[in-house]
Design a protein around this ligand. Structure first.
Ligand code: ASP
Ligand code: MG
Length: 461
């Protein structure tokens, strides 16, 4: 069985939806998971922000009106007539009603309702897409994801309850497989045990799809997006970057961790558990192929891709008392844990420990401020130095630990740059280091040519 997920840009208008419907037909997808139409979740986010501000202005109604107009336009283009418009208007009225309730609610009650508002993006797009599928003669059943994507808490970014999902998803979907050609459901949304709507965090539809695929023991989950797969590096940095045909899931996990944006990182965990395949491709150009992510491991050693992550900080902690002593690392890490700081890379010497702290892992996308209280506690027993304006470069590939001459090749090609904080060995899938932020882009270009473009060219000769 194939579970296919279509992202927001894939559903941005009537034509885009028709392309996705064709893909469903050609691929024979039995279960389809949908995002909100492009930009809608961001618009809902604006509604929430505006509704929470001290003075509520008419701007909130403008945003609401834009959401309505956009979807009515798609419905008209689809040509579903009064029936479709009627269905759409019902849910848009619901959205307006919940927004009114939200505006009247107290601040804590508002936060508890955020996910209810967020859920409308996916609940609206599914109505439109059902009609498009029906028009190409598919028998379609909508099942509500909140009936089976069960999560632990009732706010955003919650943990899915895997046992309940495994039990409820087949119950909700399997009985319809005979009568219907395609079962469609909303990505991103779920509910807690009390039935309150929850969400899996921004970009979470990918994760919904792989959770559903896991629960149904599907053979493959397909992620249809606006780029033809996972790229060797960011094409905005290297125009010669290419989509990767096949890649091991552990390498993709490294890529996602180091900042590649194609997949929500949690999407991979169900496939790691059960071995199903993941296919990432572009709904705009399905003929361009895509990336097959497999759990099979390869023997060969090679570099596959490069990633860059900006806004890195190094925290260097030194103390002469560390020599031949014990418990130093424990003390450092317990303080970091107390302040809920996620550590990324670690290197040690006789009297120092250096760590990188990453903004995105610590709950903020960009520049990350280190908590001064935490620094104070660390300074009680060691000297602390913070360096910033750094970027992390990750070379990702297979069996890198066994790639002969890898280190010398990297260092030679980057002879004219300063490399710091070299980390290699903990994972056989990456080799990474830090560089000055303003040299990072050029370094990616040099490495891409050396490790990806030249070997590809040589292999084709
Ligand atoms: N609509 C949600 C978002 O924009 C979920 C998703 O698209 O995956 O974050
Ligand atoms: Mg999305």
């Amino acid at each position: 069985m194939i579970v296919s997920k279509f992202g927001g840009t894939s559903l941005k208008d009537e034509q885009a939806m028709r392309r996705c419907a064709e893909i469903v037909k050609v691929q024979g997808s039995k279960v389809v998971v949908l995002s909100a139409t492009s930009g809608t979740t961001n618009q809902i986010k604006s509604l929430i922000t505006l509704a929470k501000s001290d003075v509520v202005t008419d701007q909130i109604y403008e945003v609401l009106e834009n959401i309505k107009l956009k979807h009515r336009l798609i419905a008209t283009d689809i040509g579903g007539g009064e029936y479709l418009l009627g269905k759409l208007n019902l849910i848009l009225d619901d959205l307006e009603q919940i927004l009114q309730d939200y505006l009247m609610a107290s601040a804590p009650a508002k936060s508890a309702m955020d996910d209810e508002l967020y859920s409308f993006g996916e609940r609206i797009s599914i109505i439109l897409f059902k009609e498009v599928l029906t028009q190409i003669d598919l028998r379609v059943k909508i099942v509500d994801a909140r009936d089976f994507i069960k999560t632990q808490k009732s706010y955003s970014q919650v943990e899915p309850n895997l046992d309940l999902i495994a039990e409820l998803t087949p119950q909700a979907i399997m009985p319809h497989l005979e009568t219907f050609d395609v079962i469609i459901t909303q990505g991103f949304i779920g509910s807690d045990i009390h039935g309150n709507t929850t969400t899996l965090g921004r970009g979470g539809s990918d994760y919904s799809a792989s959770l559903i695929a896991e629960a149904l023991e599907a053979s493959e989950v397909q992620i249809w997006t606006d780029v033809p797969g996972v790229f060797t590096t960011d094409p905005r940095i290297c125009p010669n970057a290419k989509s990767i045909k096949e890649i091991n899931i552990k390498e993709v996990a490294e890529l996602a961790n180091f900042g590649a944006k194609v997949l929500h990182p949690s999407t991979l965990s169900p496939a790691m558990r059960n071995g199903m395949k993941i296919f990432v491709a572009s709904s705009v150009d399905p003929s361009a192929g895509g990336t097959h992510i497999t759990t099979q491991s390869e023997e060969n050693s090679f570099v596959r891709a490069l990633a860059k992550r900006d806004d890195q900080k190094i925290l260097t902690l030194s103390s002469v008392k560390m020599v031949g002593n014990y418990g130093f690392l424990e003390r450092i890490f317990s303080i970091l844990a107390k302040y809920e700081v996620s550590v990324d890379l670690v290197t040690t010497s006789e009297t120092s420990v250096a760590l990188t702290l990453d903004g995105s892992a610590n709950g903020c996308g960009g520049e990350y401020e280190i908590n001064p209280e935490m620094l104070g506690e660390l300074e009680e027993f060691c000297t602390v130095r913070v360096s910033d304006n750094l970027s992390l470069i990750a070379i990702i590939g297979n069996n890198l630990t066994f790639k002969q001459g890898l280190g010398s090749e990297i260092f030679q090609s980057l002879e004219s740059f300063k490399l710091r904080f070299i980390c290699h060995g903990a994972s056989q899938y990456n080799f990474c280091f830090l560089v000055d932020k303003n040299e990072a882009q050029e370094i990616i270009q040099v490495l891409h040519q050396q490790f990806i473009e030249i070997p590809t060219l040589e292999a084709s000769l």
